[in-house]
Design a protein around this ligand. Sequence first.
Ligand SMILES: [Ca+2]
Length: 465
Amino acid sequence: MRSQKILIIIFTSLVLFLYTGISLAISICDVSQNDNNGVPLLLNSTVTIRGIITASDQFYAPAFIQDTICGVAVYDHNFGTKVSIGDDVTLTATVTQYKGLTELTNVSSYIVHSSNNITSPKVVTCRDISTDGANGVEKYEGLLVRINNVTVNTNRWTVSGSGRNYTLTDSTGTCQIRIDGDANLANTEAPLGNFDVIGVISQYDPSSPYTSGYQIMPRFIDDIIEKGIGVATIEPQTVTLATSGITETVTITHDSIGIILNQIEVDIPSGWIWETPGPMGIDLSGAGFPDTAHMDTSQSNDSTIIVKGASISNMVSGVIQILNLTSPNYPGRNVFHIKTAYDNQKLTRIESSPFVYIKPSEKTALTVPPHPFAPDLGERLKIMFSAPPGNHMVLKLFDLEGRVVVTLFDGESSGGMEINNWDGRNELFERVPIGVYILYLEATDAKTGETTTAKAPVVVATRLD
Ligand SMILES: [Ca+2]
């Protein structure tokens, strides 16, 4: 019956393909069907499926895609870099298998229908994961899942090379967690106590039958959900990229009666620059920091703020102003992880840390330092330029006769601030003569074809001696 069904699906797809040139998407569950040995029934077939991306390039490869019931890995790094978590995608690729993991490889075409779709992880237990694949039936492989109240046999996610497995324990038994070497939680601290974990289910089973070796793969630090006490907010929540002089205000409260939080840690995400790191760049207020002159912030460094001696209760909050921040050059969601401790216990991350959204560039812009630069002294000219996402940008330097001296950029805008440190050489890698030049940025909107430009003069000087 099963093979009959698949034959009908393939036949229907083929007919539609021949008539319309568009292949019909089959269900991801059809791709998940295995024989008793765990080998996909559609092995080596080309299929078209539709689902929501749950991992893009967090593991370098594979990406993962799912509908509400079934998920599958997509082993194509180039595809993974082009899509984002939450994208609703139709793709065409070939069904393969690697160490038991069903993978779609060689994505020949794909369409992103919409973005920012939410996929709620399916709550499962360690027993569900470790016994997936019985008789070749995989209920969880490829799916985003959540396992609650687990402990792990390490205090650090130590990884060398491609990844490393650790053992999780919950009330139903044990199961494997794989920390991928490319995921941003590799080589960070693991939780001491109970935590929840979110991740996609992968498989590594070197020999037939391919019905064991299932493992949960968290995608990033935020998939490890610790149970620290407290709630934190941050203001402002939206900032422009590559902007200096920003003050972010973090407010910490909690509602657990009888508990006093006496230590707080705030981690400044990568990409941010703190111009006055350490105690000098922090301003404490709020009754939770009762005598700010005696709060100990001496362990703070250029990306971490630690406040000791606090007294945050369910009645009073603590407010940390982080002064003199410069926002990242690229758009996105930046989580400021917050840890708290009471009774001077270990600092533990709170369940949901606040985040700041970095807005993409909204206009075509080009800036260079206003003073002449001397390439023969080894100086480089820092050129910063941007355009709204989806624009094609071409940045060229012209001489005053209107001849192109060098093309410095020709590519897509990510909505971020691009930086080129020009060394004063032309297309032939020769030093250009001293004089005045014009930098010219042209950005073309891929959808409307509309072109916007920006220009700036550049003065190439030399040593004066
Ligand atoms: Ca499998």
